[in-house]
Design a protein. Sequence first.
Length: 726
Amino acid sequence: MCPLPSTFTSASSSEQASELEGSIPVLTPDRPLNNPADDLFGSAPYAKVLARGILGMFNPDGFVVALHGPWGSGKTTLLNFTRCYLEDPDQSEHDPITIIDFNPWWFSGREDLTRQFFANFSNGLSDQGKTALSLAKALGELGNAFSPVRFPIGTVIDELRGWLDQDKKNIRTLKNTIADEIIKLGRVLIIIDDIDRLTPSETREIFQVIKAIGDFPNVVYLLAYDPKIILASIKEPLQYSAEDYLDKIIQCSFDLPSPTPRDYLLLFEGNLKEILVPSDYQLLGQDRGKNILSYIISMNSSPRKIKRLINSMRLSYPAVMGEVNPVDFVAIETIRIRFPVIHSIIQRNGSLFYSVNSYSRTGKNARIILDRALQDAISDKDDDTYRLVKNLIEELFPAINSSQNEPDGNPVPNDYDLLRDRRICTPQNFPTYFRWSIPINTLSNRDFDTIIALEEIDEIEEKLIEFSSNIEVLITFLNLFLAHNKEISIKAAKLFFSALLNVGDDLFVQITGDRKYPSLKIGSNYIPVILFILLNRIKEDACLEIILGSMENSRSLLMISILTHDLGTQHGKYGVGAPMDEKDRTLSTDDYLKLEQTVSRKIQSAALDDRTLLDTPSLNVVLDVWRTTSPSDGEMRRSWADKIINSSETCIQFLEGMHQREILNLGHQTNGPIEYLTFDFHVLQDYVEMPRLISIVNNLLSGTTLRATEKRTLIAFIRYAEKAGF
C-alpha cells in the first residue's frame, strides 16, 4: 500500500535534498518511482485514468493492453503508479484485484522462460491464498505443454508443441479447467514489464504464450515495451507484417505521455540548484546559460538520461567547484556521457579547440576533426542530434565556430574574459574539465583569491618570488590577475603596485628567460601591463606622493623605466608625435614631470655603481628613459658608457643589453618566424662615439674567443652599423 497524493503536482526535490547532510554527494539511483506523490512529470494523473480503464476491461474473454514507450522513458514508474491506484482501498465500488508481476528479463537466458511465466502466475495466486490445488496443478501442466522444444545447441523452435504426452490432458481441457477456477477467484491483472530487453527468440516466446492464454476470463494482461524494439524482434520469422501479428494479440495500446522539454528543464534546474553554489546557479539564468541548457535538455529527453546527468554532476562538480564555469561543465559532462568518443577527441586535441580565433589554422583543423567525429559518432539519419551536438560544442569552443568574427557578427570574447569566467576554452582551465582536479604546476582560483587577500607587501613579494621558481604557476597567476583586475580592491591594487615595482625585474627575467637574451615567449610584457593597469586603478584614490614613493623605493629599474616610457608617450615623448589630450592622460603634465625626476634620480644612483645599471634587464629601455628624462646628464651618461666599453667583458654585456629582438614572419615559406637583432642607434649615439665602439667590436671579433651568443650579437651590431651608414 502506498500513500496517494491529494493533488497531482510535482514534489519539490529541494525539500527532500534539504534533509541530506554534509557535502558527500547523494546520487539518485536509476530506479522507477513507486509513489504517485513523488511524480515529477505528470504521470500520476495518466496512471489514475489507466487504472480506472483497467477496472472496466475485465470480461469473460480476457483483455491484453500494451503501454508503449522507449527505454528510460518511465514505463515502469507508470506501471507502479497504476498498481498504486488499483490497490487504493477507496475503490470500494469494485471487487478487489489480484495483481501479479512478471518481469521476463529476470529470467532471460535460463532454460525455459515459458515455465517461469506459469510458475510466476501460479505463485502469484498462491500468495493471495486464493488458489486451489487443482488450479496450481493445471497451470503447471499448461506451462509444460506450452514450453518450446530446445535443441542442445540452444536453438529455440518458436512454435507451440502440437502434441502432449498420453498421460496429460489436452491443452483445451487444461485451459477450461484454469478458466473455471479463475472465475471463482475474481479479477486478475498480470503486469509484464521489460519485454523489450529480451532476446528476439525470448520475445517471440512471451508473445506466443500471451496469444495462447490471452482469453482467460477476468484476466487483464498489461504489457510495457518499446514497440520499435519489439517489432524488430518478431518480424524475422514471420511471413506477414509484425504489426498485424501484434494486432491479433493486443486489444488496446497506449503511448506513454511524454514530458515536455519544460518538465525536464524544471527537474534538471531543480537538482542543479542543490548542487551549485548560488553565484554559479545564477549563470544558468543568463542568455548563454539558457541557450546551452536548451541544447542539453534536447539531448537528454528521457527521465533516465536526466538522472544520469544529475548523478554525474553530484559526483564530479564538488571537486571542481569554483574552478570551472558551471554552464560549460554541465555541457562537457553531457558530451562525455552521451558521446564519449567525441569527448575523448576534444580532450586529446585541446590545443586546437581552445584557440579563440576561428580563422586561424588551428580553428579550421578543429572544425575538421569535430566534423569527422560527429559523423562517426552520430547516425547520418539523426540530423537533429548532429546539429544539437555541433551547436553545443561551438558554444563551448569559439575557435571552431566559423560564424564568429564575421564582419557583422558578434565579437569573440577575449582571452581574459574567458579566463575570468572560468570557461573551458582557455589553456589554463581546459585540463580541469577533464581531470576533475587542478593540474600540477598551475594555480587554482581559490589559491588566487587567497593571495589577492594578503595585506602585507612583504608577504606579497615573498609569494611572487616563490612563484618565480615555477614559470607555469607565475604565468597562471599573472593571467588570473589580468583577468580579474577590475574586481581587485583599491587597497589590494596599491599593495600589488608597490610589490611588483620591487620584484618586477626579477619576475620579468624569469618570464622572458635569460637576462641577456630574452625569449620570444608571449608574456614578456605581463608585469609592465599589470603595473600600468594598477596605476590607472589607484590614481584617483591615491595621491601622487604614494605613487612616487613606491617608485622611489622600487628595486626594479626596468619596471619604473617602462612605466615612465609608457606614460611619456601620452605626453608626446619617445617619438610618438602629438601628445594626448590632457583629460585623457593618466598623469597631468606637472605630475608626470615629478615622476620623471624621481626616475632620473633612481637611474643616476644606479649609474654610480657601474654594474648595477649594466645588470639591468632590457638595458636599452632604461638608457632611453634616462636620456629622455634628464637631457642635461649627457656628460654623466657618456662617462659611464665609456668606462663600460673599455672592458671586453662589459662591452659585450652592454651590447647584449642594447639590442632588440625582432620577428620576421614569412608565413608558410618557412617552418616558423625568423628572429633577428636590431639596435637603436639614436640611443647608442647619445652614450658612445660610434666609430670608437665599432672599432672595439671589430677587435673583439678578430682577437677574442667568444661564445656563440656573444659572437652573434657583435656580428649583428656590425652589420646593422653598416646599414646605418657608419
